[in-house]
Structures are given as C-alpha cells and as structure tokens.
Design a protein around this ligand. Structure first.
Ligand SMILES: [Zn+2]
Length: 389
C-alpha cells in the first residue's frame, strides 16, 4: 500500500445548536474578533451579541460577492488596523474562504499576488496566520476544513487559490440548524458541490484509506438526503446529513484532491458568474461517463473502475448496480433539482477552447483517475452546455 498523510483542522465541533458555543471557543483564541459575514448581517448581529457577552470585541466585515484580490487585501488591512487577533468567517464557501485568506494576510504583509498560485509567485506564507474559526451556513463547499481560499482576479479572468497547510482553520464549528433557512436553489447547488467533491475525491489517484472512509459515509448520506433537503428545507435530519456530507467532502478533498469536474469548474468560475455547484452538477455525469469509458479501455485500471461501481451502489442503494447506473442516478437527480445547463450562464462556443486549456493547467485536474486530452475536455464542456431535450 502507498504511504499516506492526513492533515486537518485543529478542532471540530458538530451539532444542532453548536453555534451557541462561539464566544467560549473564540475566547480560547483571542480577544478581538474580525467577524466576516455575507450579505445578510442578521445572523452576524446575534453572533456579535454572543461575543460581546463573552467579553470579546468584534469588528464586522461584509463580503457580498466571491472574494477577490481587492476585498481580501482590504479586509486584512481593516483587521490589522483594529488589532484583531482572531478571524471568524460565518457564511457560505466564499465567506469562509475570505476569512481564511484574511487571517493569513493579517500576518503576511507582502502583496497578495506574491502568495497566489498560477497568476502570482506562489510564495509560501512567511508567518503563521492569526487563528481562524469557520462556521458554514450552507452545506456544500467543505471550505470550513480546507487549507485554501479561492480568490478571483477580475483582471486575469481567473479564480486561483491562496493555499497553505497553515491556513487550516483552528476550529470548524458546524451547526446544521444554520442551513434550515437555505432556499431550494442554493440547497441544490451547494449540495451538488458536496456530491461532486465526494465522488472526485473517492476516485482520485491520491485517495487514501482515511479519505475513502469519509467519502463512503458522505456519499451514503448525500444519496439519501440531497433531494429531501431540496424539497423539505426544514427537515433537520436531511440538513444534518448534508452538513456531514459537505464536511466530509472537505476533509477528503483537502487530502485526496479532486478531478476533471473541478478542473473545468475552477477556471469557468473566473470567466462567468455561474454558481460553482450548478456548474459541477452539470459536468459531473459527463465527466463520470468519460472517465468510466477510459478506464474500461485500460485494463490495469480495474481498481479505479471498481471505485465507480461502489459509487453507483452507494448512490442507488442497489447492491447489484453497475458503474453506469451511477451516471443514470446523477442525471435523474440534476433534473429533479432543476440545475440549469452551462449555456444559461452565457458561456459561448467560442470560449470552449480557452476554457479547456485553462482546465488542463488547473491543480484540481491532477487527481482525475485518467489523464484527459484537451479535445476530450472540449467535448465535455460543449455537452454540459446543451439544453435538456
Ligand atoms: Zn467544489
């Protein structure tokens, strides 16, 4: 067996109502919190009151869109000016990513580009970030337990990662009750992101026995609860399953990597303001079919093909399921969840080659179970653009 390593957050608390512990937990890490939130501040106000009651000062910072070079750098300057010694991110993946990046830049004061992959110098962080707590309010990205922050550069038309083992949060506080009010479209998009991440980490060439366990458990919960959470948003059992699926997808992907779906979805997210989870959902059955076909043609890769069979068994609940039954399940599910095809986000046929070339260079692509050529990626993208018949 290949040797493997696994690293994750220093602390993790999961449970309905867990968010009430925020002040006590933050007090162990600092005295002045930089509280990063999304569009809605009502939840942050409650948190601010809890922190004040625990004698923790609080500076509020709103991130209303996906983090970009400017908003992250400005956040770090504000946190430094207020002498914040702990960063808390409460929100979806974008908010938690912004919080992790800000925590890193408070102590690492070179220009952000110096530390960024692809468009920057990819310089390792010079100093440890200030402590960071992540509190997800969606069930999808797993960002609460990953070591990177996806940051958009409007100038380069690309999204890239700020990445460091030191960026693993000090505490992930996961409270499924926070997702009860998530509207159906967001539940579908973020849930499909978790589903994609679990499948890609499970069939990744970097998968290990520890990430496998997270993927199997996460996939079983996703299979039984994704559609229920979409149709019955107030169902706490389904929400809990999806919060676990999302968390486990993050634990897995941070250690096993991802595949071609994320290889394409990453650069596409830099070109169009399309919801990441919707993009992943549309690409997933197509990439799965391409990977299975390629594995069937290369006999030494039987064990990877077996992974797709196991995925199909977990998704369908049928012990006799074949690898291709998993694709049918995925297609039925994305239709039931009303996930729009990529064409609706304004992607044009003229951009397909550019997108496929960027995907080839994406770090996520490296975990894909088989190497894919540019032409194959172009076919995948144009298929995902088509309207359903
Ligand atoms: Zn994702």
């Amino acid at each position: 067996m290949q040797p493997f390593a696994f690293s994750t957050v220093a602390g993790l608390i999961f449970g309905a109502g867990a968010v009430k512990r925020i002040a006590a937990e933050a007090a162990r890490l600092g005295r002045h919190a930089f509280l990063v939130t999304g569009r809605s501040t009502s939840r942050a106000e409650g948190l601010r009151r809890d922190l004040a009651a625990g004698d923790i000062a609080c500076t509020l910072y709103r991130v209303t869109r996906e983090p970009d070079l400017e908003s992250v750098s400005a956040g770090a300057r504000a946190a430094r000016k207020a002498a914040c010694d702990v960063v808390i991110g409460i929100g979806g993946g974008s908010v938690m990513d912004a919080a992790k990046a800000i925590a890193a830049l408070v102590t690492n004061q070179r220009p952000l580009l110096d530390y960024l992959e692809v468009i920057g110098k990819a310089r390792p962080l010079d100093r440890e970030p200030v402590p960071c707590i992540t509190v997800p309010t969606t069930a999808g990205t797993g960002s609460e337990v990953t070591k990177n922050a996806v940051i958009r550069s409007p100038e380069h038309r690309i999204k890239v990662s700020l990445r460091s083992p030191d960026m693993l949060p000090d505490l992930a506080l996961v409270d499924p009750e926070l997702t009860l009010s998530l509207p159906p479209e967001l539940t579908a998009a973020t849930g499909c992101d978790a589903l994609t991440q679990l499948i890609e980490a499970f069939v990744s060439i970097r998968a290990n026995p520890l990430t496998d366990g997270f993927c199997r458990e996460g996939l079983a919960r996703c299979a039984r609860s994704l559609k229920t959470a979409y149709h019955q948003g107030d169902n706490l059992t389904a929400r809990t399953d999806m919060a676990i699926a999302s968390l486990f997808s993050g634990l897995a992907l941070a250690n096993a990597g991802l595949g071609a779906v994320h290889g394409i979805a990453g650069p596409l997210g830099g070109m169009r303001a399309a919801p990441h989870g919707d993009v992943c959902a549309r690409l997933l059955p197509i990439v799965t079919a391409v990977n299975i076909a390629a594995l069937e043609n290369t006999s030494p890769e039987r064990s990877l093909l077996e992974r797709y069979r196991e995925t199909a068994r977990l998704l369908t609940g049928n012990r006799e399921a074949r690898a291709r039954d998993g694709i049918a399940w995925l297609n039925t599910t994305i239709r039931e969840l009303n996930i729009p095809p990529l064409i609706r986000w304004g992607l044009t046929p003229a951009e397909i080659t550019e997108l496929a070339e960027s995907a080839l260079r994406a770090s996520s692509m490296r975990g894909n179970p088989v190497p894919l050529e540019r032409q194959t990626l172009e076919t995948i993208i144009s298929t995902a653009m088509q309207e359903d018949d």
